[in-house]
Design a protein around this ligand. Structure first.
Ligand SMILES: [Mg+2]
Length: 180
């Protein structure tokens, strides 16, 4: 056997819903001044980073289809959110968003989409990234549609009750580590 280059360590992923989990769901937030962080959100992400999981975000952003803001706004907001996280020693490894909605008004976005939760498209894209172990991954969301998307992607879904995100995440992570 020759020398082999060690593959990057494969890791589970924790997929966060955004609005209602990381930031207060104020409805169609797209500017930094509309972001009110959920208490413990950055700490929870940092714990995910430090526990050796990927930290991903999958968020429905039908405000694009509805004409309230653009994809560029979404991307800029996510970059800003990651800058804020960085200042707390945390980071999101990748964001996915779905700009579609069947009742939208913006051409090209006013449609059904496999990537709008409860469909699993965004989750499947994240879970298909190199190095991600699907079986060691789960989603955390505040709505039934988050749990449905998780189930459709074949991963566990954890409902965040709005009380203690750090505790919710750490409890689930330790369960995960205990079973892997
Ligand atoms: Mg939500």
């Amino acid at each position: 056997m020759g020398n082999s280059i060690p593959a990057e360590k494969k890791r589970g992923a924790i997929i966060f819903d955004r609005d209602g989990v990381l930031n207060v769901d104020v409805g169609y937030a797209y500017r930094p001044d509309q972001i009110i962080w959920i208490p413990g959100a950055m700490e929870a992400v940092r714990m995910v980073n430090e526990a050796g999981f990927y930290a991903f975000v999958a968020t429905n952003q039908s405000g694009v289809a509805r004409g309230y803001y653009t994809e560029d706004d979404v991307q800029k907001l996510h970059a800003w959110m990651n800058d804020q996280m960085d200042s707390q020693g945390a980071h999101i490894d990748a964001f996915e968003y779905s700009p579609y909605h069947p009742e939208g008004v913006v051409p090209g976005y006013a449609r059904q989409s496999e990537c709008r939760k409860p469909n699993p498209g965004m989750l499947n894209r994240l879970l298909s990234r190199p190095g991600v172990v699907r079986e060691a991954s789960f989603m955390i969301g505040d709505k039934t549609s988050d749990l449905e998307a998780a189930a459709a992607a074949g991963i566990d879904g954890v409902l965040f009750d709005g009380v203690d995100l750090v505790k919710t995440i750490t409890t689930r992570i330790y369960q995960q580590l205990g079973t892997s």
